[in-house]
Design a protein around this ligand. Structure first.
Ligand code: SAH
Length: 336
């Protein structure tokens, strides 16, 4: 099933009425490029300070109830050492846009991890920065960068973000990251306030244009201390449909079964993600005491198979659906 030539209207109809075998088709396409492997990345949520005020996010600047923390370089390295012991070959450093860390600080952290583990891949996910900063991180050893576009529709973007944030800036960052040679991750929330199927179709068309190596897709889940606290969240089915359609749009992409998906259905969320075409999982390496404070949305899962320490359970879960947990770097197949 080739959807790469469909226009916005056709994609919108597909989103509204997905064929019953969409997941099967998505898994078939994934298998062609990556077999039955599911790649693990160790996630380190190293700061929840943020200068931004995204209306959906629990760590937004305006949330005075958020308990703020940031990890020191030494603490971050400890997380990597723990991850190394558990067998991880790649780490994702994610945080709010914390102005306390200068570009030099981030480079120092990346460089120190690379110095300790030259063969491991490092992903940064710390928001919108200048081209110069992205270049510095790359020189320090960063391999990948995650920056979800959140929604590819301008009007919708403006409803989810304060006036000082623009979709054009975010897109520019993504193109810069691609150009600098990062394995680049875009992505969006499903079921965010005011979202329509036509906007989800635009997300697919934007992915087709950008050709990112990774795409993070998860349901929107409300956080009570945000302006969107009373909105309803995104559904599992719609999220799985978008995962599968993204797989068909970008057959070689690395697509995580996200924590938000697992939060909606702790028993089966991740498994259903793999069966819809996902091939990445990002267990949490953040120290337990800080973990609950990285609260992007209410009831965020961080224990059980979302916990890096439980990697053997995750391995069993993945084999139960015929997959194999793969602890290698898990580069995009065009980077091998
Ligand atoms: N500051 C970094 C990391 C942001 S947190 C950056 O800008 O890239 C990572 C992702 O969590 C966001 O991109 C967003 O898509 C998701 N997120 C934030 N709030 C959420 C919510 N209420 N429900 C679901 N996902 C959310």
């Amino acid at each position: 099933m080739d959807i790469t030539g469909l226009n916005k209207k056709e994609l919108t109809e597909l989103i509204q009425n997905p064929p019953v075998d969409l997941g099967v088709e998505a898994v078939r396409v994934k298998t062609e490029h990556y077999g039955n492997r599911v790649f693990a990345r160790g996630l380190i949520e190293f700061t929840n300070y943020c200068k931004n005020n995204c209306l959906y996010c629990g760590i937004r600047l305006g949330n005075k109830n958020a308990v703020r923390y940031r990890l020191s370089k030494e603490e971050i390295i400890k997380c990597c050492e723990r991850g190394n012991e558990l067998g991880f070959s790649t780490f994702v450093l994610q945080g709010g846009e914390d102005t306390k860390y200068t570009a030099d600080d981030i480079c120092d952290i990346v460089f120190s991890i690379k110095n300790l583990y030259p063969d491991k891949a490092i992903t940064l996910s710390i928001g919108e920065k200048s081209r110069e900063e992205y270049k510095m991180y790359k020189s320090a050893g960063a391999d990948r960068y995650l920056l979800r576009h959140e929604t590819a529709d301008d009007v919708h973007y403006n409803r989810l973000h304060p006036k000082n944030m623009k979709l054009s800036d975010r897109k520019k960052c993504l193109y810069t990251l691609k150009e600098l040679g990062y394995q680049t991750g875009a992505g969006f929330m499903v079921g965010s306030p005011y979202q329509t199927s036509a906007e989800l179709a635009e997300d697919l068309l934007f992915l087709k244009e950008l050709q990112p190596e990774m795409v993070g897709i998860g349901p929107f889940i409300p956080h009570c201390d945000t302006p969107f606290g009373e909105f309803s969240g995104g559904g599992i089915e719609n999220t799985l449909t978008m995962l599968s359609l993204t797989r068909l749009m970008l057959p070689k992409a690395l697509l995580p079964a996200t924590t938000a998906l697992a939060t909606l259905d702790s028993e089966n969320g991740r498994k259903r993600g793999f069966m819809a075409g996902a091939n990445v999982v990002m267990p949490n390496l953040t120290p337990k005491i800080q973990r609950e404070n990285y609260s992007l949305y209410n009831n965020k899962a961080s224990s059980g198979n979302e916990d890096a320490a439980e990697i053997e359970h995750l391995r069993e879960e993945i084999s139960s659906i015929g997959g194999v947990l793969d602890m290698s770097r898990g580069d995009h197949c065009s980077f091998n």
